[in-house]
Design a binder for this molecule. Structure first.
Ligand code: PTT
Ligand code: SF4
Length: 624
């Protein structure tokens, strides 16, 4: 493989330890691999992970690019902690999203991130489109574009197994299934047969490049500032996490405990988010899962495994999470864990996002009930749901192809007022928390940087505890605080946020680990400033790609505002649109964006994003 060094002339900022300062840049059209020494300010001002992804997309993605064209940029971005710290076996996958048309990313647990780092790179960037199905194999600094013709059409699970057969079991693999190949708009990247990331269709971006998989292995020592301290902090933090109250219950149930909590709090989505409670919840909750659990798996370097494996109704193993079970269970009216696990397994094999899949199936069930489509699919009919899931993955039949586009497009096509109950924001299907009585969580979905995903602010547990019906400035402040912490620390460093969220592992560990790895002292305030920079850069990217913005784009669907809950202790509850918009305006104000939701010039300058101004001014009038 030929190598070109692409050096940049921007060396005014000293390089940090713990990062190689290099990314691999692969152009599949030209079959060209380059080593890119990325600018020093990337690490200082954007840290890694999502920060790198957003910066690369702003700097190199031609505005208006079709997400499924060769010009889209597919990014696998590690962070300074990847492969070095507790729960750091994660990597950010990102691109312009074919589902939303805006910024899209996900955070996936995979040995691939560690293999990439131990091979001497902090990121892999892929452009172009291969003439034939291919995969990228990286070993100790050498990258190869290899034929994946024999792998094309295989499930994500099978693909990984076969790549490991060729290159050895220690290699990290992230790949797509048939759904990614068939450009299903919510197809994901899958690893380890049960880790999946990139909800906004990053799998389809891979498919559009005819890239079946990426694989990496290496044994290079990542050059950290203080190796002894890095090792000590790793051992100490593992000990600390294992000693936390709640640890034992966590490894028993993991995220599955949320089913029972969701029911109690009336936020468990049921029947396409019509309700927040589900009569059959006991049959799909954490205890039900415990009774049929056969294994516990984890991402690499994890101290608190949460991958609960059960055998599905088809006899195959499936790894369950709360989101998967709520969206493929209660949200489609299905009260049978084995059948839910079967749908989950189909999603993992074909490489579809479980959240969006649950949403489009529920949408079809409701459309069938309302006779907006001719197909007959009843709530809870698991056989029909399985058939439909497979039809979507292979884009079979008119309904399968329609739903493969996601609920936004599906509702535009079938009409009949279905836009009110097409449960998405900006095109990304809403994850598994009903918000009829949770305005702050609704705002979290409205303002999440990738569309309606909970990863940036799982404010709902705080909101339920502290007064769920109020619309207040305090809620907006809390939301921004959570977005800053999650976006500034976990998505940039890159590490799993569960130790902090679920077990109370103190945030103070992260600046200490960062210092030992990079040699740079960072305060919590500096992390948060980086988070603000990334949030506003991502908003600038959306505005650049959409060419306009208005608060409606940050507003959840009408169902939560118009149709009250009819069941459970909160029957009668619904959101107030006017008050929601009052909170949204407060949010914009606090972020330094104008009343349309567009960053102000003064904010862009303050955050060191003045380079975005000329491009934005071609599309919108920026306010001071
Ligand atoms: C995440 C989203 C989630 S969020 C879940 S369950 W969750 C769904 N899992 C899917 C799956 O499984 N199979 C499938 N085919 N599709 C799926 N789609 C859904 O994807 C995930 C964990 C979880 S489990 C969560 S909350 C946390 N997310 C983190 C995050 O976003 N950042 C971070 N720094 N740490 C995180 N830790 C936790 O990781 P996406 P994963 Mg996933 C079978 O990636 O795109 O962010 O979507 O990555 O390795 O599966 O870990 O109750
Ligand atoms: Fe992965 Fe769960 Fe461990 Fe986080 S807690 S690193 S998601 S196994």
């Amino acid at each position: 493989m030929v190598y070109f060094y692409l050096c940049c002339d921007y060396y005014s900022v000293p390089r940090l330890k713990g990062l190689w300062g290099k990314a691999l840049w692969v152009d599949l059209s030209r079959r060209e691999v380059r080593v890119w020494e990325y600018p020093g300010d990337y690490a200082v001002n954007y840290i890694g992970g999502r920060g790198f992804a957003a910066k690369i997309l702003w700097d190199f993605l031609p505005p208006g690019t079709d997400p499924l064209s060769p010009d889209n940029i597919l990014i696998f971005a590690a962070g300074p902690l990847t492969g070095l710290a507790v729960n750091s076996g994660k990597i950010v996958v990102a691109a312009k999203s074919p589902l939303t048309g805006g910024y899209g990313d996900g955070n996936i647990g995979s040995q691939f991130g560690i293999g990439l780092r131990r091979s001497g790179f902090d990121a892999l960037i892929v452009t172009g489109r291969a003439r034939k199905p291919s995969y990228i194999y990286i070993e100790n600094g050498e990258a190869h574009i290899l034929s994946a013709e024999a792998l094309w059409g295989s499930s994500a699970v099978e693909c990984e197994r076969r790549i490991k057969e060729v290159h050895g079991g220690g290699v990290g693999v992230a790949c797509i299934g048939p759904a990614g190949e068939n450009l299903v708009k919510f197809s994901v990247v899958v690893s380890q047969a049960g880790r999946a990331g990139g909800r906004p269709g990053i799998g389809a971006v891979m498919g559009s490049k005819r890239l079946k998989a990426v694989a990496a292995v290496g044994d290079k020592e990542i050059p950290v500032a203080d190796p002894r301290e890095v090792r000590k902090l790793y051992v100490d933090s593992v000990g600390d996490i294992k000693g936390k109250d709640g640890y034992d219950f966590w490894v028993r149930q993991g995220t599955m405990a949320t089913v029972e909590w969701g029911q109690t709090a009336s936020v468990l989505p049921a029947y396409n988010f019509r309700e927040g409670v589900f009569d059959g919840y006991r049959l799909i909750d954490g205890y039900s899962m415990e009774a049929s659990k056969v294994a516990l798996r984890s991402c690499p370097l994890c101290a608190m495994p949460c991958g609960n494996v059960v055998v599905d109704s088809g006899g195959k193993e499936a790894e369950l999470d709360y989101e998967n079970v709520a969206m493929l269970g209660s949200n489609i009216g299905l009260a049978h864990l084995g059948h839910v696990a079967r749908l989950n397994r189909i999603a993992d094999e074909t490489g579809m996002d479980t959240i969006s899949l649950g949403s489009v199936i529920a949408f079809a069930m409701e459309a069938s009930e309302k006779k907006l489509i001719k197909d007959k699919i009843e709530w809870g009919d698991h056989k029909a749901a399985e058939r439909l899931a497979s039809d979507i993955a292979y884009r079979r039949g008119s309904l399968g192809s329609l739903l493969a586009e996601g609920v936004r497009i599906a509702s535009e096509k079938i009409g009949g007022g279905s836009g009110d109950w097409a449960m998405h924001v900006k095109g990304l299907e809403i994850s598994a928390y009903d918000c009829h009585a949770a305005p702050a969580m609704a705002l979290a979905y409205g303002t999440s940087p990738i569309g309606a995903h909970h990863k940036d602010a799982w404010i709902i547990s705080w909101e339920v505890r502290t007064g769920r019906h109020e619309y207040s400035e305090a809620k907006v402040d809390k939301l921004i605080e959570l977005q800053r912490l999650r976006g500034g620390i976990f998505e940039t460093l890159v590490a799993c946020r569960f130790p902090w969220i679920e077990l109370g592992f103190e945030l103070e560990w992260y600046p200490r680990i960062f210092k030992a790895v990079t040699g740079r002292t960072i305060t919590m305030e500096e992390f948060l400033e980086v988070a603000d920079r990334i949030y506003t850069l991502i908003r600038a990217l959306w505005v650049r790609e959409y060419g306009t913005w208005d608060p409606q784009m940050d507003t959840p669907p009408a169902r939560w505002f118009k149709e009250p809950l009819t069941k459970g202790p909160l029957a009668g509850a619904k959101l107030d649109l006017e008050k929601y918009h009052w909170m949204l305006q407060k949010y914009y104000e606090k972020r330094g964006w104008d009343e349309r939701g567009i960053p102000r010039k003064s904010t862009l300058r303050k955050l060191g994003l003045e380079y975005t101004i000329p491009e934005l001014e071609k599309r919108v009038t920026l306010k001071e």
